[in-house]
Each structure stands twice: as structure tokens, then as C-alpha cells.
Design a protein around this ligand. Structure first.
Ligand SMILES: [Zn+2]
Length: 389
């Protein structure tokens, strides 16, 4: 319906300005008034926001397309790891088929980039990675996929995994992951040393799942910050979840936030009901916080749709973000902050940026978070990839 060179007219920018945008060769060429005879597309008054960015998801875990597995609450992480192995091991629907359903959902909701963790261990080998690499190639024109090699069964606790992580980084994974270095691996320093050695060896970023709470979790954050500084990885290291920040006393939180900000370690949250890292003190300390959907209808969680606006809505509710400024900040958790963490080039709505954006039925940004609009019209590199005007 649109050519490679067209003007999008009659929309509202996040700032509230009404304007027209010139899209050419997949980029935003500029704003202004379309010249006579230009190819135009009427956005019919919708709000335009930059492409959403999924900070944390698991494309290999999703169980869409398979029977409902049933859930029990109150199980430990180790029990859930074992349960996942049993359920996924018995599935006849391959990762690529299940993952594609989630990729399609993310695209339809307006996600233009996503970071997925992919389970790597001696049982799975590199099979999950290979399936997700095929998905990345298949959807390359509609979404950018970044892959974290994730040791879901631990590293020291699962002999052979370190070599597989090394192989995963050579075969297409972008970042090295980690998991609860004390609880799962029983040796925080030893486990983190392997993760950071792989990061250094391959020149990659790090994204570690850290569920461990209390003083132990805060101690591990210090270890991560220390290694980040030592290897000059500022801006390239993320701690996912960090429930220990949500449980910390105000003094301990302030101290930890300062350490994270100084080291350039970002925090990913899926906005859980309990132990969510508190946004305001982290923002005040200068820590980059971003948001992701994490587990969606897999063996870990029955919940989720793949909609990042819904995730930002949950985060805003948990943290009581209600002013216009705070709701803009909530959108930033799934746009600008994540783009910064992923070092995305040409992301945004400035002339010269890639034409990755979506149009929604909302009068202003705060409403997109307060009541996420259903209708999304999604563009990637200037091409319509989901929805209809
Ligand atoms: Zn996760």
C-alpha cells in the first residue's frame, strides 16, 4: 500500500505536535509539508511512537501451539528447571514453530527489536540456538532479534555448559548469559568469572538472570559491577530481575544503585508483584532500567501476551507511575532505555533514523500506558509489517 518513498500525514508525535513525515529508503528523511504530487498515507489522527523494544523474552520456552501444561505455585527454581526439562523434552511441536507464534505476536503489538535468551546446556546442546537463529533469519525484515546464550541449568552445576556457551557465541549468539551464581552454581565468583571470561574472549555483552535476594544478591551485584569495571564493559552488562534491589533497605539500595550506575550495569525488570527493583531511586542514581515480558505461557508462567505496552502498564501500576512525566518514563522502559542498552544505531524519530515506528489509537503517550490501545499499525524500515490503517 506504500512505496519506498512516501509521506505519512495527519498523525500526532509523542510531543503532541501534529506533522507529516517523509519516509525514504527505510529511513525518516524529514518532517514538514508533502510536496505536490507526493505519495501520501493518511494516519487519520493517530499517535506515532517509536518501535517498541522487547528487553527480555524466551522464544525457545513458549508453549503456544501445545496443550495447556497446568501450573503449580510455590515451587523452587530448581524444581521448575527440572519440570521444564521434562515438559519440553516430551513436546512434538518444535522450538521454531512455537517461537514463531511469539515473534508474530510481538510484531503485531509493535515490537521492532527483541532480546531473547536461549537455553544452552548439555541436554539441549545448541539445538535451541539453531532454531532461534533460523527464526532470526526468517523474520529479519520484520524484527531484529538479539540472542543471549543462557545457561538455564547453571554453568558449574552443569559440566560441559561453559564449552557450549563458548560455541554458542561463535555460532551466532550475541551475548553471554548467566544464572544465580550462588544458588545454582554454588560459587558466585567462580561462576561469574566464567561468564566474564567468555565476554572478554568474544568481545560481547552480558545479561545475567539474578533471582537471588537479600544480602547475597546485593553481594553478587557488587561482584558483577567489579568485573564490569575491570573489563571496561560499561553499558554492556545487564542484570535481569535483581529482586535483591526490591527487598533492600533504603540505604543498601542507595549504595547498590550508586555502584551499578558507576559501573554502567543496567537492570531489566518484568515488573513482578513482589521484589520489583524500585524505579524512582534507581533512576535518581542514574541506573538504566528497562523492561521485558520474560516468560510467556511457558513452564514458568501461565501469563503474558507479548504486548510491551501491557508490560509497561504493569510496571507503571506496580510503581504508581501516574503523572504525564512518569507515564512517558514508563514508555521509555520499552523504547529509549532498551535501545540504549542494546546500543541500537539509528533508533528514534529524528531525521536520519530508521523508519521503525507504530501508530496507535490514543490521543497522547500517557494513555498508551494507562490503557494500551488494541489497534496497532506497525512499520519496520518504512514498510508496513502489521495492522491496517
Ligand atoms: Zn528470563
Amino acid at each position: 500500500m506504500t512505496s519506498n518513498d512516501f509521506w505519512l500525514t495527519n498523525f500526532v508525535m509523542p510531543s503532541g505536535d501534529r506533522t507529516a513525515m517523509h519516509v525514504a529508503a527505510g529511513h525518516i528523511a524529514g518532517y514538514g509539508t508533502p510536496p505536490a504530487g507526493a505519495d501520501t498515507t493518511d494516519a487519520m489522527g493517530r499517535l506515532l511512537i517509536p518501535s517498541l523494544i522487547e528487553g527480555h523474552v524466551h522464544l525457545d520456552k513458549v508453549l503456544w501451539g501445545t496443550p495447556w501444561p497446568g501450573y503449580t505455585s510455590g515451587t523452587t527454581v530448581k524444581e521448575r528447571i527440572a519440570r521444564e526439562k521434562a515438559i519440553r523434552g516430551a513436546l512434538s511441536v518444535p522450538v521454531e514453530t512455537r517461537g514463531a507464534l511469539l515473534v508474530e505476536a510481538e510484531i503485531a503489538f509493535g515490537t521492532g527489536h527483541l532480546r531473547t535468551h536461549v537455553d544452552i546446556d548439555p541436554d539441549w546442546g545448541l539445538g535451541n540456538l539453531e532454531a532461534v537463529l533460523r527464526l532470526r533469519e526468517r523474520y529479519a525484515e520484520r524484527i531484529d532479534i538479539e540472542i543471549v546464550a543462557f545457561p538455564q541449568s547453571g554453568i558449574l552445576a552443569s559440566p560441559g555448559t561453559a564449552d557450549l556457551l563458548d560455541a554458542a557465541l561463535r555460532e551466532g549468539a550475541d551475548l553471554i548469559g548467566g544464572l544465580d551464581p550462588a544458588y545454582i552454581d554454588g560459587d558466585p565468583k567462580g561462576s561469574l568469572d566464567i561468564v566474564f571470561a567468555l565476554a572478554e574472549q568474544h568481545g560481547r555483552g552480558v545479561d545475567i538472570h539474578l533471582h537471588e535476594g537479600g544480602p547475597l544478591g546485593l553481594f553478587e551485584l557488587d561482584l558483577i559491577a567489579e568485573r564490569t569495571r575491570a573489563l571496561s564493559l560499561s553499558g554492556k552488562v545487564t542484570v535481569s530481575h535483581a529482586y535483591c534491589l526490591g527487598d533492600a533497605t533504603p540505604d543498601a539500595l542507595a549504595s547498590s544503585a550508586e555502584t551499578l550506575a558507576r559501573a554502567g550495569v543496567s537492570i531489566l525488570t518484568s515488573a513482578p508483584e513482589q521484589s520489583m527493583p524500585p524505579l524512582r531511586p534507581l533512576w535518581a542514581a542514574g541506573v538504566t532500567v528497562f523492561c521485558g515480558n520474560d516468560n510467556i505461557r511457558d513452564t514458568w508462567s501461565p501469563f503474558g501476551t507479548g504486548d510491551l505496552l501491557e508490560r509497561a502498564n504493569i510496571a507503571a501500576r506496580q510503581q504508581n507511575l501516574v503523572s504525564d512525566e512518569e507515564l512517558h518514563a514508563a514508555l521509555n522502559l520499552i523504547t529509549g532505555a532498551t535501545a540504549e542498552v542494546m546500543s541500537l544505531q539509528g533508533y528514534g524519530l529524528s531525521p536520519g533514523d530508521r523508519a521503525d515506528f507504530l501508530l496507535v489509537d490514543a490521543p497522547a503517550v500517557p494513555e498508551t500506558i494507562a490503557s494500551p490501545p488494541r489497534n496497532r499499525v506497525v512499520y519496520k524500515a518504512g514498510k508496513l509489517v502489521a495492522g491496517t490503517l
